[in-house]
Design a protein around this ligand. Structure first.
Ligand SMILES: [Zn+2]
Length: 75
């Protein structure tokens, strides 16, 4: 159905790699493939834009969201 070994990447794969891509942890070869896919796929492009916005939101919160759960009651 889809020749995944060729230059094309399935939408599902592209979406699955969103955070890898946004975090810059993508292999250069895959990065190029994703860019090519995004250039021709509005749906995935929209998805990446949305996730990128979420990532920015998290980043601007300062990353201090990890409130330690202190359990003060105990035996
Ligand atoms: Zn796509």
């Amino acid at each position: 159905m889809v020749d995944s070994l060729n230059d094309t990447v399935e939408c599902a794969v592209v979406v699955g790699l969103t955070w890898t891509f946004l975090d810059g942890e993508c292999a250069p070869a895959m990065y190029a493939r994703l860019c090519r896919h995004l250039a021709g796929c509005q749906g995935c492009l929209d998805h990446y834009a949305l996730e990128g916005r979420v990532k920015n939101l998290i980043a601007t919160k300062g990353g201090g969201e990890k409130a330690p759960k202190r359990i003060t009651w105990g035996p």
